[in-house]
Unconditional design. Sequence first.
Length: 221
Amino acid sequence: MATKAKRTSGMKKTASRPAAKRSNSKTAKKTANKPAKDLNGSMLEDFFIDALKDIYWAEKALTKALPKMSKSATSSELKKTFNEHLEVTKKQIVRLEEVFKQLGKKAQGKKCDAMQGLVEESESIISETKDDTFTRDAALIIAAQKVEHYEIASYGGLVQLARTMKKNDIAKTLEVTLNEEKKADELLTQVAEKSINVEAAGEENDKEKPTLKESLISIFS
Ligand code: FE
Ligand code: ZN
Ligand code: FE
Ligand code: FE
């Protein structure tokens, strides 16, 4: 502030221009001093870091959503699948923190609207389906698979970008997670097909299901 006042006092029309020029040359000097590395500080790298922040936020949101999904699931197998993926997710968060470190950036989340929507969808499924039904499990599996597919798209894109930017170590690290997400998706398909979907298909719609007492009365009257 003081420098600006000093400068403007002595100059007339061009007073504001030298200030801009000066700050520009300062930035140029800074970047010139840095060792020239592939695409560092590029627009693409900025986007890459933003995308990492997005998935970092998404993974963290999942560590909160998965316990709820597990708790609401009917079958012990699906509960187990969710619990195991929670542990995998925690490791993926650490892995992302390593990637931020490799980039010399602070691990930071940026709200992911897509993941927020997917988590909300799983919450509506829980509130709109009955407790202890396989129908809920069948629906929860699909909700979880939507999450996995979002993650597969995200990590798949990040791996591609990392390779393009010649950040091969980062590409390899992210590929480990990508493969875990693919495995999780396949596992969910297996769990659904093995029994849950069949059980759900055989479940009667008990919207107007009589209570046990009512059933007994109808049988014995
Ligand atoms: Fe994940
Ligand atoms: Zn996201
Ligand atoms: Fe996103
Ligand atoms: Fe996942």
